[in-house]
Design a protein around this ligand. Structure first.
Ligand code: SAH
Length: 245
C-alpha cells in the first residue's frame, strides 16, 4: 500500500471552519497526530482513528520535532493513512513545509491541506477587515517569537503601511510595543488583541499601541492570542442597527 501523510490545517478552533478536504482526510485517517492548539472537537470526523497527541506548546513539555518526523514515517511505512493535524494553517508558523520536505526526501507521499490561520479568523470574528479598502493596502503576518530585535527590523515593520498581525506575541508584548514605537508607529495606532479566536471562549481587548501592555495586564491576556495592529483594528464588530424609519 502506498504510504501517505496528510499535513492538515485544522483551522483556528471553530470546528465549522474546517475545510471539506480536511474532513475527508480525517475520514480516511487511521492514525492522527494532533497538536495541542487543535480543538479536539474536530476529532468527531475520525472516530476510528488512533489519536496521538504531539503538542509542543512554548514553555510546556513538548514532543521533539525529530520524534514527530519518525512517528509519521513509521506509520506511513506500515501502509496506514496518517493525518498530521495542526492548528490554523500548516504553513503559517506551523512547520508544514519542513515536515513535508522531510517526508518527501524519504520517498513518502505528502499532501498539504490549508486551514484558516488564526490571524485571519480572529480579525474576521471581531469584525475587522485586515485589508479594508482605503485603509490598509495589505497585511503582514509576523511572529514575535523569532523576531530580529534590531531597530532596523522594527523600523521596517513600523513602516510597511500594512496591517500587522502578530502571532506568539503574548509573552513579548513589551518588545513588540517598544520596537514599533521606536520604529515610528504612533502611540495612538489602534490595536486589537484577540484571544482564543473563533472559540466560544474568545475574548478581545481593543486598545492602542501606547497602552497595549498595560491593557493586556488588566485584561489578563493569555495565549493563544493574536495582535492586530493598524487603523483597521479600530473597526467594530458587524451589528445590525434597528431600523427606525
Ligand atoms: N499555524 C497556526 C499558528 C501556530 S503558531 C495558524 O495558522 O494559526 C501559534 C500562535 O498562533 C499562537 O501563539 C497564537 O498567536 C496563534 N493562535 C493559534 N490559534 C489561535 C486562536 N484560536 N486564537 C488566537 N491566536 C491563535
Amino acid at each position: 500500500m502506498a504510504a501517505k501523510v496528510w499535513l492538515v490545517g485544522a483551522g483556528p478552533g471553530d470546528p465549522e471552519l474546517l475545510t471539506l478536504k480536511a474532513v475527508r482526510a480525517l475520514g480516511e485517517a487511521e492514525v492522527v497526530l494532533i497538536d495541542d492548539l487543535v480543538n479536539p472537537a474536530v476529532l468527531e470526523h475520525c472516530p476510528n482513528a488512533r489519536v496521538i497527541p504531539v503538542g509542543k506548546r512554548g514553555g510546556c513539555r513538548s514532543t521533539p520535532q525529530a520524534f514527530i518526523h519518525r512517528l509519521m514515517a513509521r506509520y506511513a511505512r506500515q501502509g496506514l493513512c496518517v493525518v498530521r493535524l495542526k492548528g490554523g494553517d500548516p504553513c503559517i508558523f506551523g512547520r508544514g513545509k519542513e515536515e513535508a520536505d522531510w517526508l518527501a526526501a524519504r520517498g513518502i507521499e505528502v499532501e498539504l491541506v490549508n486551514g484558516i490561520t488564526a490571524g485571519l479568523a480572529g480579525a474576521t470574528q471581531c469584525g475587522i477587515s485586515l485589508t479594508h479598502r482605503g485603509v490598509a493596502r495589505g497585511v503582514t503576518l509576523v511572529t514575535a517569537h523569532t523576531l530580529d530585535e534590531s531597530s532596523l527590523q522594527w523600523r521596517a515593520l513600523a513602516n510597511t503601511g500594512t496591517t500587522l498581525v502578530i502571532y506568539m506575541g503574548v509573552a513579548r508584548l513589551e518588545q513588540v510595543q517598544g520596537g514599533l514605537l521606536d520604529g515610528g508607529l504612533p502611540a495612538s495606532t489602534p490595536v486589537a488583541m484577540i484571544e482564543n479566536a473563533s472559540l466560544p471562549q474568545q475574548r478581545e481587548c481593543r486598545t492602542t499601541l501606547g497602552e497595549m501592555t498595560a491593557h493586556a495586564l488588566t485584561f489578563a491576556l493569555k495565549s493563544p492570542a493574536i495582535l492586530v495592529i493598524g487603523e483597521v483594528a479600530a473597526q467594530a464588530a458587524v451589528s445590525v442597527l434597528e431600523h427606525t424609519a
